[in-house]
Design a binder for this molecule. Structure first.
Ligand code: FO1
Length: 448
């Protein structure tokens, strides 16, 4: 049984007799998906059909072939898994604000279930669809362990203000997922015509798909097991060392929902004695990640300089006219044409592999602040490049990361200096103290 606290009622109303529709978006998986659990329970309890739909749009926040290739391959595997549960998976093309109400009408659906996503685009989709339909809309947070609206009722100042709230609620929500039982097969659902779907999308082909990482729930599971058996034991000492690749490699799977953070947390806690490695990893996985959803959920300006704290905008304003030793255009950044080979290496790593080590992401974004004409330009460039090349772009984690680096979100004032003001400063010397910079540069340049 799903914990009812995981459900938020976006639209009340009487459930009609038709099928239960799960409009899947963020959590693109069968296993460990509370939204799917809720949809199946509602269907089985009321002897109704359960149908999963996915609205596939061409221009999602500037995504390119790299992200669509990964996501669509994952969706094709998902379709097979759902068919084994006798659950039709229907991809709807075109504007969701038209295709979802039309689908609900054509199937005389009884109730609409969605998975939680704090991004503005998703909230607009749901509000607009809600205005056009008469059936209730249930939103289930299938992404966070603790439902975002329960973890805190406001924008949190920093991890230290959020952590106690997470700690208190975790025992209630770190529960096991119920087994999924197949639906009585009511209708034969012909599969999606993927060739036609892919041909119909107008996607920027400017960024090639990644080859080294496979999409889908199985690949995510294998990556998790490899991380737990090979890397977790060195995590706390080496996690900030880009030369040693001990990060989990799970961020793209979490972004597309191919794996549940709750599953990862359960595996870590059950399979590994608590130590500074598990503490450090769970801090990132639970506190930091759920804090980024908290930020995007409660701060509508999560992707612009107007979303930063007063202390930060004041200090950046005071240093707005400081002399920049270097100024680069977005295009120069994009082509890794700065004077700093460490920064260029991080940019090239992201272009080539679709990911960048978390420590380098901070350095990378902070240097964009230092070498841009204004904080606004810097943030725009950082978000643009992050979303274009990172497999896990367009994610609350990514917006929050850029706002932490450039706007001091969830951070505190530091010693004042030019351009940064009191925003935390990072430089190459700091990197050299932390890890073997040349090893990192050599390693990346091998495959670039
Ligand atoms: N979600 C959708 O519901 N439909 C899409 O067509 C879609 C495309 C897409 C492309 C790239 C990408 O990084 C994410 C995309 N998403 C899409 C959203 C994704 O499922 C996540 O929900 C959010 O990006 C994270 O909050």
């Amino acid at each position: 049984m799903i914990n009812r606290k995981r459900i938020r009622y976006l639209k009340e109303g009487e459930i009609r007799k038709g099928p239960i529709i799960y409009w899947m978006s963020r959590d693109q998986r069968v296993n460990d998906n509370w939204a799917l659990v809720h949809a199946i329970e509602m269907a089985q309890d009321n002897d109704k059909e359960c149908i999963v739909i996915f609205t596939l749009v061409s221009d999602f926040l500037g995504a390119t072939l790299r992200q669509y290739d990964f996501m669509i391959k994952g969706l094709q595997k998902l379709e097979n898994r759902l068919s084994r549960l006798n659950i039709p998976f229907i991809v709807l093309l075109g504007d969701p604000l038209r295709s979802v109400p039309a689908f609900i009408e054509s199937t005389k659906a009884g109730c609409l279930i969605t998975d939680f996503d704090p991004l503005k685009i998703k909230r607009k989709w749901k509000e607009e669809v809600g205005r056009q339909i008469v059936i209730p809309i249930h939103e289930v947070d299938a992404h966070n362990i603790i439902p975002c609206w329960l973890a805190s009722d406001k924008e949190e100042y920093a991890a230290y203000t959020f952590r106690p709230k997470i700690r208190k609620l975790l025992p209630d929500f770190l529960d096991e997922f119920p087994p999924l039982t197949p639906m009585p097969s009511k209708r034969h659902a012909e599969g999606n015509n993927w060739d036609a779907i892919i041909a119909s999308l107008h996607i920027s082909r400017s960024v090639k798909p990644v080859e080294w990482m496979k999409p889908g729930e199985n690949a995510a599971r294998i990556t998790l097991e490899h991380f737990l058996s090979e890397k977790l034991t060195n995590y706390s000492s080496l996690r900030n060392n880009p030369a040693m690749n001990v990060t989990s490699g799970l961020s793209a799977y979490l972004h597309f929902g191919h794996i549940a953070a709750q599953r990862i947390a359960l595996e870590v806690i059950r399979g590994h004695p608590r130590d500074n490695n598990t503490d450090a990893f769970l801090e990132e996985l639970i506190v930091r990640r759920e804090l980024s959803d908290n930020f995007c959920f409660y701060n509508p300006n999560y992707d612009s300089i107007s979303g930063i704290r007063p202390w930060a905008s004041q200090t950046l304003d005071q240093h707005r006219h400081d002399k920049r030793d270097y100024v680069y255009t977005t295009d120069q950044f994009e082509r890794a044409l700065t004077h700093d080979d460490l920064w260029n290496t991080a940019q090239l790593e992201m272009i080539k592999t679709g990911r960048m080590h978390s420590y380098m992401r901070m350095y990378w974004a902070k240097k964009i602040l230092e070498w841009s004409n204004s904080p606004e330009d810097a943030l725009r460039t950082a978000i643009y490049l992050n979303d274009k090349y990172e497999l896990d772009g367009r994610d609350p984690n990514g917006y929050t990361g850029c706002m932490w680096s450039i706007g001091g979100i969830h951070d505190r004032p530091w010693t004042e200096r030019k351009i940064f003001g009191k925003i935390r400063f990072m430089n190459r010397k700091g990197c050299e103290r932390k890890f073997d910079v040349n090893k990192y540069i050599t390693a990346v340049n091998q495959f670039v």
